[in-house]
Design a protein around this ligand. Structure first.
Ligand SMILES: Cc1cc2nc3c(=O)[nH]c(=O)nc-3n(C[C@H](O)[C@H](O)[C@H](O)COP(=O)(O)OP(=O)(O)OC[C@H]3O[C@@H](n4cnc5c(N)ncnc54)[C@H](O)[C@@H]3O)c2cc1C
Length: 392
């Protein structure tokens, strides 16, 4: 069969325009030169150097969407999305991307969006420079999906709060200097009784109880934290007391979008590596890519990738324009996270035994991808949100 070859050249897809392409190229070069070559060593060490935050801060990657007066680049969420997509597209492991993004894109936005000027100066300015590292603490040993049931308490006392409880699965939990922490401030108030306090690691009673071992994301630290009578001054309250559930939900939209964008980048990388491998590896006297079974797998994966990209960029455009986007963000999170697991698994299959070996990075991609349908809200919770959005 003869097919007419498409050159593959494309103009930037909306919501991205030419103005984002320069950043894309810079991010791609940086990740390929200063992150990708070290990924295996950092995975092995179970952490990447803290210095990487400073380096990313110095180059402006941690402050892309924050105003210049705080040391940021004065860009928008779209610039941040370019950076996150390029991290996974250009060879950062899931753990490296998670450690950088949990700080810049998940812990800092609630402080910036809901914090006072003084709070921005205290945490956003050094955060953008990569000098102080943040984490977001919502999940607890007893509750994850059911955010309204969190049990860590913050009791009002003269001048502030006394916090008792525990958090688990916290990305950057071990090395974080500050934790944007969901606490219960009203007994039995369900989602109305949650507030966010910024806890700092030097506060007496704040303890990192464990660094957790996990299936993937090896280069990121995932911590379990405990709080015993931690005295937190009133000026560390973010936004309104008992208004924290709104903050959780606002943050989830961005976190889920970034997970979708990162997955699209990872899909692209996996496909490129696998297509190259299928063109080189020979079996039965021809490259394996010439077998229809393999060609069809690649065709199906490329459709899944482009459909994922289209939905994700669509959700990103709505979000960027301040329009309603809960459905689209939820759909994008759902389809990309499960889709990436499927693609990583098929790419491993195409690599045969070599895919199972550490040196090709494909088995790592599969392990890293498996977190997607769990973190940031599970697949089941995404389906619940969607079903309810549709009136059921
Ligand atoms: C590596 C890693 C990093 C993480 N980083 C962070 C972080 O930085 N900060 C943070 O706060 N959290 C973090 N998390 C936690 C993550 O967000 C939670 O694991 C996730 O929200 C699910 O909560 P859970 O693990 O308690 O599962 P559970 O809520 O106990 O769910 C268990 C199972 O039950 C299903 N289930 C629950 N409720 C329903 C329902 N209503 N209908 C149908 N099925 C349901 C779930 O889908 C799931 O399959 C991280 C987790 C991991 C593994």
């Amino acid at each position: 069969m003869t097919v007419i070859r498409d050159t593959g050249a494309r103009a930037p897809l909306p919501p991205f325009g030419e103005e984002h392409e320069e950043l894309r190229a810079t991010a791609r070069r940086f990740v390929a030169r200063e992150i990708a070559p070290h990924v295996e060593e950092w995975e092995e060490a179970r952490e990447f150097p803290r210095e990487l935050y400073r380096r990313c801060g110095e180059l402006g990657f941690l402050g892309l969407k924050f105003p210049e007066e705080y040391g940021g680049q004065g860009g928008t969420h779209l610039h941040d999305a370019v950076w996150v997509e390029e991290l996974s597209r250009s060879g950062a492991s899931g753990g490296v991307a998670a450690g950088l993004n949990a700080h810049a894109s998940i812990a800092m936005p609630p402080i910036f969006n809901f914090g006072t000027e003084e709070q921005r100066q205290r945490w956003i300015v050094p955060g953008i420079a990569g000098e102080r590292i943040g984490a977001l603490g919502i999940t607890e040993p007893g509750t994850g999906s059911d955010v309204a049931s969190i049990a860590t308490t913050a009791k009002r006392v003269d001048g502030g709060y006394v916090v008792n409880g525990a958090k688990t699965f916290i990305t950057n939990g071990v090395r974080a200097d500050f934790l944007v922490c969901a606490c219960r401030t009203a007994e039995g108030g369900g989602h109305h009784g949650i507030s966010f306090l910024v806890l700092e690691r030097e506060m007496p009673g704040y303890e990192v109880s464990r660094k957790l071992e996990k299936m993937g994301w090896h280069a990121s630290d995932t911590g379990e934290l405990s709080f015993s009578d931690v005295e937190v001054p009133a000026e560390n309250l973010l936004g309104e007391e008992n208004g924290g559930f709104h903050l959780v939900m606002a943050n989830f939209a961005w976190e889920r979008l970034l997970m979708a964008v990162g997955a699209v980048g990872a899909m692209q990388r996996l496909l490129e590596v696998t297509i190259a491998y299928a063109g080189e590896r020979e079996a039965f006297g021809r490259p394996i890519g010439r077998f229809q079974a393999i060609r069809h797998k690649v065709a199906e994966m490329s459709v899944l990738m482009e459909a994922s990209r289209a939905l994700t960029y669509h959700a990103l455009r709505l979000f960027h324009e301040g329009l309603d986007c809960i459905r689209e963000v939820t759909m994008a999170k759902l389809v990309t996270q499960r889709g990436l697991v499927e693609i990583a698994d098929e790419c491993l299959q195409i690599h045969g035994g070599y895919g199972y070996m550490r040196e090709y990075g494909i088995e790592r991609a599969l392990r890293d991808a498996r977190l997607g349908p769990i973190g940031g809200g599970t697949d089941e919770i995404m389906k619940e949100i969607l079903g309810r959005q549709m009136g059921l």
